[in-house]
Design a protein around this ligand. Structure first.
Ligand code: NAD
Ligand code: GLY
Length: 364
């Protein structure tokens, strides 16, 4: 008997695609095969994930007569660079991959973002499949088509919107995920509650310990609900001309932390957690978010074992790093702030002095 799977979709017309969530999905040729057009695929992964899951995915594909070219990259946010991206192109060209060859990203958000960007560029676009293996990538980065590499001056600054054909989220892979990475993923899960789903936030307050204990049904529910929120937003605003910006709650501060501390020092989810608390602090100081809501937000991040204070880089350095943010318009910084739990807005109303004061209050 096959394990239960849940399926939802991202509705983007003829570029719509399914997201399958469940256990044992790396073995499900029937779910993958309909999305592959040629007899050869490239699997982009890294030195940590390859020994864990490459053989399993490979044997599934080979059982369907598909040959697999593995591309195993170094592991880490510090390798999300041009140089590493070029290793993918070297492998694709070296083994004569065609425009119709499918590229599969097997790994966390770093591999997903880099593989996706390579797929967007190679011969101006080859088919792409996301097989996310971290909580963060299953709830966020594998869905929605944002692909990128980092630049020394800013996170995810070079990239493309490029949608996958399929997202296969096998929650069995989360059993090998280090504790710190699981917690980092929870930051993006909590985000959906904060920006648009207050009932989900309340559910998380009740079930956080189950998620930390990797309870399969709690994880499936949280991943499903996160993906449902994300796919609704992406379907409404694929290119981030409006609502999609709300998915960046805490990210403007968080990206400043990641870049300012050196890529890989703070995990993305950790930086987003501290950044969310700075955004909540600022929202409170602007009179938008009440004390009770601020305390609820701080409490859930503390319970998730995530940082609620950023590193003390100095407000001026934060503001300098944040000036590269992709939401800057006509030189003016726009931030995602909270009016309440479940209600986020994009605002340019906070002055540098107000932003600086919130940063100083929320950094240690
Ligand atoms: P990651 O890709 O670095 O993975 C975290 C660590 O876990 C790595 O060491 C990885 O090798 C390891 N790993 C992966 N799966 C594993 C498994 N099943 N068992 C054991 N170890 C495993 O980090 P992440 O948190 O998945 O992703 C963060 C990245 O995602 C950042 O670069 C961020 O910018 C990006 N991101 C992109 C989007 C988007 O919309 N495209 C959204 C959010 C974040
Ligand atoms: N992670 C933000 C987005 O996909 O828009």
């Amino acid at each position: 008997m096959q394990n239960m799977i849940e399926t939802l979709g991202v509705a983007l017309g003829d570029r719509s695609y399914p997201i399958h969530i469940g256990t044992g999905l790396l073995k499900r040729l029937d779910l993958i095969l309909p999305h592959i057009k040629q007899k050869k695929v490239v699997v982009v992964t890294n030195t940590t994930v390859a020994p864990l899951y490459l053989a399993m995915l490979r044997s599934t594909l080979e059982s369907g007569g598909i040959s697999v070219l593995p591309v195993v990259l170094p592991d880490g946010e510090q390798f999300k660079t041009w140089e590493t991206l070029n290793q993918i192109f070297d492998a694709l060209l070296g083994s004569r991959c065609e425009r119709g060859t499918t590229l599969i990203s097997l790994g966390g958000g770093v591999i997903g973002d880099m593989g996706g960007f390579a797929a967007a560029c190679y011969q101006r676009g080859m088919p792409f499949i996301q097989v996310p293996t971290t909580l963060l990538s299953q709830v966020d980065s594998s869905v929605g088509g944002k692909t990128a590499i980092n630049h020394p001056l800013g996170k995810n600054m070079i990239g493309a919107f490029y949608q996958p054909k399929l997202v296969l989220a096998d929650i069995s892979t989360l059993n090998t995920l280090p504790e710190r990475e699981l917690k980092a993923g929870l930051a993006e899960v909590i985000k959906y509650g904060l920006i648009r789903d207050p009932a989900f936030f309340a559910w998380l307050e009740e079930h956080l310990e189950k998620l930390l204990a990797r309870d399969a049904s709690a994880l499936t529910y949280a991943i499903h609900r996160s993906c449902a929120n994300k796919s609704e937003v992406v379907a409404a605003d694929e290119r981030e001309t409006g609502e999609r910006a709300l998915l960046n709650l805490g990210h403007t501060f968080g990206h400043a932390i990641e870049t300012g501390m050196g890529y890989g020092e703070w995990l993305h989810g950790e930086a987003v957690a501290a950044g969310t608390l700075i955004a909540a602090e600022l929202s409170h100081r602007m009179g938008w978010l009440d004390q009770n809501a601020l305390e609820r937000i701080e409490r859930i991040f503390v319970r998730a074992g995530l940082p609620v204070f950023g590193p003390r880089l100095g407000a001026a350095r934060y503001l300098e790093l944040m000036s590269h943010d992709k939401k800057v318009q006509d030189g003016k910084l726009r931030l995602v702030l909270l009016k309440d739990i479940g209600k986020a807005v994009v605002s340019d109303q906070a002055s540098d002095a107000q932003i600086g004061a919130a940063i100083e209050a929320r950094c240690t």
